[in-house]
Design a protein around this ligand. Structure first.
Ligand code: RB5
Length: 146
């Protein structure tokens, strides 16, 4: 199981926390983005790389961390087949997987901090997609992008 994980300069510590949660669970992780906060990065560049990996099937899931998670999600959701959710709390993490089959989780390090990101990521990873009527709805998401 492979995950592409990316951050801009505002999400580096969050990305490291994400890597350790995933690696502890046996995921292979590929990092995208700067390794120190002085190295400024534009969040869309990172989100494009991660979303392209998910849409092509090179990665099963993507995790994106920036200041708020918002710009990353806006960019990633331009890709067909990508369902990127900004995760802010445990209920949202559960619903994003259970009802929306999200394949990219976006976190805001300036909103949540690293510990909360790790906690919410665990909920995201532990929640299976419920399918059924939610599958019918999820299939309608791609009506525009194909
Ligand atoms: C960077 O300052 C910040 O704008 C970015 O990390 C993110 O929050 C954008 O959505």
């Amino acid at each position: 199981m492979k995950a592409f994980i990316g951050s801009d300069h505002a999400g580096i510590d969050g990305r490291k926390a994400v890597a350790s949660v995933l690696e502890n669970r046996g995921w292979e992780v590929e990092h995208m983005g700067p390794s120190n906060a002085d190295e400024k990065a534009d969040y869309p560049d990172i989100a494009h790389d991660v979303a392209a990996g998910v849409t092509s099937g090179d990665a099963e899931i993507g995790i994106l961390v920036c200041g708020t998670g918002q710009g990353m999600a806006m960019t990633a959701n331009k890709y067909a087949g990508v369902r990127a959710a900004v995760i802010t709390d445990s209920f949202t993490a559960e619903m994003a997987r259970g009802h929306n089959d999200a394949n990219i989780a976006c976190f805001g390090e300036r909103v949540l901090g690293t510990e909360k990101i790790s906690e919410l990521l665990a909920v995201f990873l532990d929640t299976p997609f419920e399918g059924g009527r939610h599958g019918t709805r999820v299939n309608k998401i791609d009506r525009v992008t194909g």
